[in-house]
Write a protein that binds this ligand. Structure first.
Ligand code: MG
Length: 390
């Protein structure tokens, strides 16, 4: 690939760049090493003191799509309160949990953090209802997925450099995102797997927390579940001791994350130890899948199903979702019927990718609040130009 580290040998790079030696000392043999990166689409010189995945992490953190995650809902909308997670705070929880796991397994934490910060960057406004609405609107021309849109954002829509479009991220970061789209083929790097598992640990725990805070669930309902019982039994402080409702909820969420991370690490470390005699197999990574113990896998499935039935399909949420879907569809219909309403750069994109996809990209980048305001201006007030969210 054009941007591979080039002709320099590992030893030469080690002398020149401090991150090479740092990773050599800290990472396990089966980790993804920066020095072995397959590089970037557009050739760039190495940075003197930031490794390639650290630069990727920084590029994602500083891009405008990342900042807009603060205005995008995770599960619950802003009109429901301001305690619950946004897409941004969810992303940081995922990154934190993933880094904890990655550090114990001696994986590449810079790569893990880059992947975690990137993983939800393509979410349109209003969470999954926004995605469903855009997917239905684009049904005839390939559909819409937030995972695919994340790639479009970092490869085409973000502009920070004169030499190339997008953020020019490393192949290993882009491949992690591609795996989220296909979930096919060889198992991805262990860093990609860690972020995927941390994502589900984070949303299982915080969606339960947010739903309890909003009164959609109560503690007694949850405590019938085996995973919750396991969390309540996890070390001190003792759940049977008198405590406030608030403290009980916070303890439970803390323990829910702990028991899932601990089970994963114990299971994986045992498997890695067993595989030590054939380290090349682990090194190849294709054969090594990070998993929980069978009892934990089962308990997590039951827990996820419970959240699906009792939270994600709660009548209060269903009504909000239906309104959000309608809003996005009306905006999409107006913008595709009158493309001159689109900001100039999306009108230009429409010439190459079609007006439907250009309108979906414009809407997909919006925060919830910006989407509300554009709906009000373009649909309710009949304004004749849209604003760009850049
Ligand atoms: Mg996520």
């Amino acid at each position: 690939m054009a941007g591979s580290p080039g002709a320099a040998t590992r030893a030469e790079m080690q002398d020149k760049f401090p991150w090479v030696e740092r990773e050599r000392l800290l990472l396990a043999p089966y980790a993804t090493y920066s020095v072995a990166s397959r590089g970037r689409k557009y050739l760039e010189p190495q940075h003197p003191y930031r490794g390639p995945f650290q630069r990727d992490r920084d590029r994602i953190l500083h891009c405008s799509a990342f900042r807009r995650l603060s205005g995008k809902m995770q599960v619950f909308t802003g009109e429901m309160g301001d305690y619950h997670r946004t897409r941004l705070t969810h992303t940081h929880e995922v990154a934190t949990i993933a880094r904890t796991i990655g550090r114990v397994l001696r994986l590449n934490e810079d790569l893990i953090e880059a992947l975690a910060l990137l993983h939800d960057i393509g979410h349109p406004p209003f969470g999954h209802s926004g995605e469903e609405a855009l997917n239905e609107s684009l049904h005839a021309c390939g559909g819409f997925s937030h995972n695919q849109f994340a790639l479009t954002i970092v490869e085409q829509l973000e502009s920070r450099y004169t030499a190339y479009p997008g953020l020019n991220l490393s192949t290993e970061v882009l491949e992690g995102q591609i795996f989220r789209i296909t979930h096919q083929g060889q198992l991805p790097s262990l860093e990609v797997q860690v972020v995927d598992l941390a994502d589900s640990i984070a949303y299982n725990a915080h969606d339960a927390d947010d739903a309890m805070k909003l009164g959609l669930l109560d503690f007694e309902q949850l405590s019938a579940l085996a995973l919750v019982q396991r969390a309540m039994a996890w070390q001190s402080p003792d759940f049977s001791a008198p405590q406030s409702e608030l403290l009980r909820r916070k303890l439970l969420i803390h323990h829910l994350i702990e028991v899932q991370v601990a089970d994963l690490l114990e299971t994986v470390l045992r498997q890695l130890k067993d595989a030590a005699s054939s380290i090349d197999e682990v090194k190849g990574k294709e054969q090594f899948e990070l998993t929980w113990s069978p009892p934990m896998t089962k308990e997590r499935q039951v827990f996820s199903r419970f959240l699906f039935d009792n939270v994600y399909r709660h009548p209060q949420l269903v009504a909000i979702r239906a309104r959000a879907r309608q809003k996005i569809k009306e905006l999409f219909d107006r913008l595709t019927a009158r493309p001159e309403l689109l900001p100039e750069r999306f009108q230009a994109r429409a010439l190459t990718i079609g007006v439907e996809r250009a309108a979906a990209e414009y809407i997909g980048g919006m925060t919830d609040r910006f989407c509300d305001s554009q709906h009000r201006l373009l649909i309710e007030m009949g304004q004749t130009t849209a604003e760009d969210w850049r």
